[in-house]
Design a protein around this ligand. Structure first.
Ligand SMILES: [Zn+2]
Length: 139
């Protein structure tokens, strides 16, 4: 099981640090509940632009298995996430950054758990009620 990977998000970006892992989904506390099996490659890289704007680039990919809500059978699901998240210090900054075109922002404090961040992104991209296409449940 992954231990939390706590970083200082601003320093992580300013120093262009990166963290990556190739893990079974069972190693992620929250993902282990959603997926029966699969593995994910995850990379989080910090970057700073010339104006001092800080952001995290996320790349997550892999193939996992969900449970079909109709037949309870296994259902393959491809995870392919490429996202840039700008770091916001407060609500006002969050709103301003989110309003920019093609921009996503997150509110971060003094520390950020990268395992949590990766899990949030993967969970956000999941269908609410995963099901095989109509008539395709293997019963
Ligand atoms: Zn099904």
């Amino acid at each position: 099981m992954h231990q939390p990977v706590e970083v200082d998000p601003r320093r992580f970006c300013r120093d262009s640090q990166a963290w990556e892992t190739q893990s079974e989904v069972s190693a992620f506390p929250r993902l282990a509940r959603e997926f029966t099996q699969g593995a994910l490659f995850c990379r989080v890289a910090g970057q700073a632009d010339q104006r001092g704007g800080l952001s995290l680039r996320l790349a997550i990919r892999g193939e996992v298995e969900l449970t079909c809500q109709r037949c309870l059978g296994a259902m393959p699901h491809v995870v392919q996430i490429e996202r840039t998240l700008h770091l916001a210090r407060n609500e006002a900054e969050l709103e301003r950054l989110d309003a920019l075109p093609d921009s996503d922002a997150i509110l971060v404090g003094e520390t950020l758990n990268l395992v949590d961040l990766v899990e949030d992104e993967v969970l956000l991209g999941l269908p609410l009620a995963p099901m095989h296409a109509e008539g395709e449940c293997p019963v």
